[in-house]
Structures are given as structure tokens and as C-alpha cells.
Design a protein around this ligand. Structure first.
Ligand code: PLP
Length: 400
């Protein structure tokens, strides 16, 4: 038998995946409240939206490791929507945010080095770090009516092998921005240890509470700490299939210059960003507002509706979120989270994610995608909440 690396362990379906497969095998439709793929969520994409990808200029291959200057300039100009001035020569294009993480781990860490990741957060970190032979150590986010970083846990997680602190702002799935004060403390921790800050801002366009982004700390504004801010069309334009992400490098000029030089070497080794998408980038960014607006309206409307629906089930609550595509519902622990989500899918044919998928340190939390079409969202949430109300489901009137 050929030996495979320990980085790619065999995948075994978990209990929830098995339960979903069993319901589907019976031909029963499932109300899926977990889908975060915008292209499957009923938004209107103009039929000619991707025409710029067939520009004949892309017939000529002229590889540029950091990306074409025109595409980088278009990304820089797009930051003006957020009142941020970014220089095009500090932008590195990548095929996706996941690829951006991989490039940054190659830039900053050797095998066995560590990066700090928030908990709860995005489950892919486990794989992204493992595939680059980096160890992820967690620091905690705490909820007390809103989310904040538990700095004591961050201090405990730092070791001499830490090479970067990762923040996701707004975070998936908690929807919390890193505040300006938190950013000051993070920057101080990074400078003291001469390590970098990586800020994943892919959901920054999707405020759930108007004005929430104003109090967010934005690392790319700072020139005291080396930082890498990640963004991409996947979320900002609702186009994950187009495969264009970026890294904005900020910090002390000499450090920025050496980081970019080294990133150029990494990018040049793979040359992963296609020519058609770079040529199309300015026009794709220009046409992004149409889908972005639809997504913004959907996530806000679903979030508002959820907040009012939950008042019918007083033992449950929706955790406060600033922005993003998901909502967290805290529910009473009458059984294990896993048993609950399996029961919901098996008996009620409704799919939600358990909090432990996102590494919530305790139970019970359910995570739902706010991208879900409203009729499915309302019907599915109704089926979830009726488990936690006293009166029979048939008597409940859910807000419309
Ligand atoms: C926080 C966060 N970062 C990055 C990504 C992936 O983005 P991309 O499609 O650009 O790899 C996701 C996808 O869900 C995400 O939730």
C-alpha cells in the first residue's frame, strides 16, 4: 500500500452526514438552513455578468506573479467604498482567500510553527493550517451580550513558535467585528513578539446592524504592525466560482517591501490566478453592487425576522451579530447538540449546523445561514423553534 502524508487523513462521514444521506435516500426534501453558496440562494445574476471573462485580451499569457497592475488598481479603488486608501502596489492577487492563507503560512511559518486562530470561528482553519504543516492554537471569543476577544486566553496561547495572530472580522459565524481597541491590543502583542497579524475581512460588506463597521479596527490603516488583510470576490461580489481573492499588505514600509518581495516568490511558483479573471477584475468589481445589494437585503431581513421569531420561544436567543452571513441561536441543552441536529434533520427534515462545527467551547448553539431564501428560512426556523415552545406547534403563529 502506498504511504500517504499525514496531512490528508481519510475522510469518514460523521453522524450528521450519515443522517442527511439517510433522509435523502428516502427521497424526503430537507429544508437546508446551512447553505452559504450565494449562487444557489435565488439571487438574480445578470446573464452577461461573466462576459468580461471572455475578453480576447486574455488570449495572450503574460504572467505577473503579484497580479496585473490594472487588476490590483481596481481592487485598491474598491476599498474607497469603505473610505480606505490602499496603494495598488501593496496588493497581491490570489485565486481565493483560502489560497491567500496558504501563501501567508508559507511566507511566515516553518513546519511546526504556530498561528493563533479565534474560537469559535471558521472550521476550515484546521485543514488550512494542517495542509501547510502549521499548528493552529486557539484563543477565545467571549459572549456577554456582544462578542469580544478574551485576551487572557490569547496570552496563554502565544508561544515562542507563534508566527501570526489571525482575526476574522466580521467573524464567521459569530458576526463580530474586531473593535478598534481590540486591534490596538492585538497590534501591540504582534509588535512585541515581531509577528504578523492576518485579518480576514471577507464579510466586511455585510453589516447586519447599520453602522456596525464604523467601530471596527482596520489593520490596513496602520503602519506600525505588519498586517495582511484578506478579501475576495467570493463574498464581496457573491462570485465564489470566479476565483479571485487578494491580500493587502500594510505596516512599516521596509517590512512591507520584504513581505511583498517574498510573496512574489511564492506567487511566482504557482501563478494560480488566471489571466481572464485578472483582465475581467475591473468590470467584475464595477458590476458587483447588484448582487451585493441583494445579499445585504436578504441577510438583514432574515436576521431581523429571526430576532422577532425567537421571542416566541423565550428559552432561546439569537446572539447579537454585527455583520456576516450567519446567525447563532442559543438553545436550551435538553440533549447533546449533535443529537438535537440529527433529530431535526431526521424527524423535521430541517438542517442546521451545531455550534461544535465552529468550535464553540460549550453547548448548545445552532448556526444558520442568513443567505437562505426567506420562505425556506421561515419554515425551517419554525420547525426548529417549536421544539422549545410550550404550546403545540399547530397553535403557534410565527411572525411574517
Ligand atoms: C471567514 C472566511 N474566510 C474565507 C472564506 C473562503 O473564501 P474564498 O472563497 O475566497 O476562499 C470563507 C468561506 O466561507 C469564510 O467563511
Amino acid at each position: 500500500m502506498t504511504r500517504f502524508s499525514g496531512r490528508t487523513p481519510p475522510l469518514t462521514p460523521n453522524r450528521l452526514a450519515q443522517a442527511i444521506a439517510a433522509v435523502r435516500a428516502e427521497g424526503r426534501p430537507i429544508l437546508d438552513l446551512t447553505d452559504s453558496n450565494p449562487t444557489r440562494a435565488g439571487f438574480e445574476y445578470a446573464a452577461d455578468l461573466l462576459t468580461p471573462l471572455s475578453d480576447p485580451a486574455a488570449l495572450r499569457y503574460d504572467p505577473q506573479a503579484l497580479g496585473t497592475f490594472e487588476a490590483r488598481r481596481a481592487v485598491a479603488a474598491d476599498y474607497r467604498r469603505h473610505g480606505l486608501e490602499v496603494a495598488a502596489d501593496r496588493i497581491v492577487l490570489t485565486p481565493s482567500t483560502s489560497d491567500a492563507y496558504s501563501q501567508l503560512f508559507k511566507l511566515l511559518a516553518d513546519a511546526g510553527d504556530e498561528v493563533l486562530v479565534p474560537r469559535p470561528s471558521y472550521p476550515l482553519f484546521e485543514h488550512l493550517t494542517q495542509l501547510d504543516l502549521v499548528t493552529a492554537r486557539t484563543y477565545d471569543l467571549e459572549y456577554h451580550g456582544s462578542w469580544s476577544i478574551d485576551f487572557a486566553s490569547l496570552e496563554r496561547a502565544l508561544t515562542p513558535r507563534t508566527r501570526a495572530i489571525l482575526v476574522v472580522s466580521p467573524n464567521n459565524p459569530t458576526g463580530s467585528f474586531v473593535s478598534a481597541t481590540e486591534l490596538d491590543r492585538l497590534a501591540a502583542a504582534c509588535m512585541e513578539r515581531r509577528i504578523a497579524l492576518i485579518a480576514d475581512e471577507v464579510f466586511a460588506d455585510y453589516e447586519l446592524e447599520a453602522g456596525a463597521a464604523r467601530s471596527a479596527g482596520r489593520p490596513l490603516r496602520r503602519d506600525d504592525v505588519l498586517s495582511f488583510t484578506l478579501g475576495g470576490l467570493s463574498k464581496s461580489a457573491g462570485l465564489p466560482q470566479v476565483k479571485l481573492g487578494w491580500i493587502v499588505v500594510a505596516g512599516p514600509p521596509a517590512l512591507v517591501a520584504s513581505a511583498i518581495e517574498r510573496l512574489e516568490l511564492v506567487s511566482d511558483t504557482y501563478l494560480g490566478v488566471s489571466t481572464p479573471v485578472q483582465i475581467a477584475a475591473p468590470r467584475l468589481l464595477e458590476s458587483a453592487p447588484s448582487v451585493r445589494r441583494q445579499i445585504q437585503e436578504r441577510v438583514r431581513a432574515n436576521y431581523r425576522w429571526l430576532q422577532s421569531a425567537v421571542t416566541e420561544a423565550p428559552s432561546c436567543c439569537v446572539l447579537r451579530a454585527d455583520a456576516g452571513w450567519s446567525a447563532v441561536i442559543q438553545v436550551p441543552t435538553l440533549e447533546s447538540e449533535e443529537d438535537l441536529v440529527i433529530r431535526l434533520v431526521t424527524i423535521d427534515s430541517v438542517l442546521v449546523h451545531p455550534g461544535h462545527f465552529f468550535d464553540f467551547p460549550r453547548e448548545s448553539f445552532l448556526i444558520v445561514s442568513l443567505l437562505t431564501p426567506p420562505s425556506t428560512f421561515r419554515a425551517g426556523i419554525g420547525r426548529v423553534l417549536r421544539h422549545f415552545t410550550c404550546s403545540p406547534a399547530s397553535e403557534r403563529v410565527w411572525p411574517t
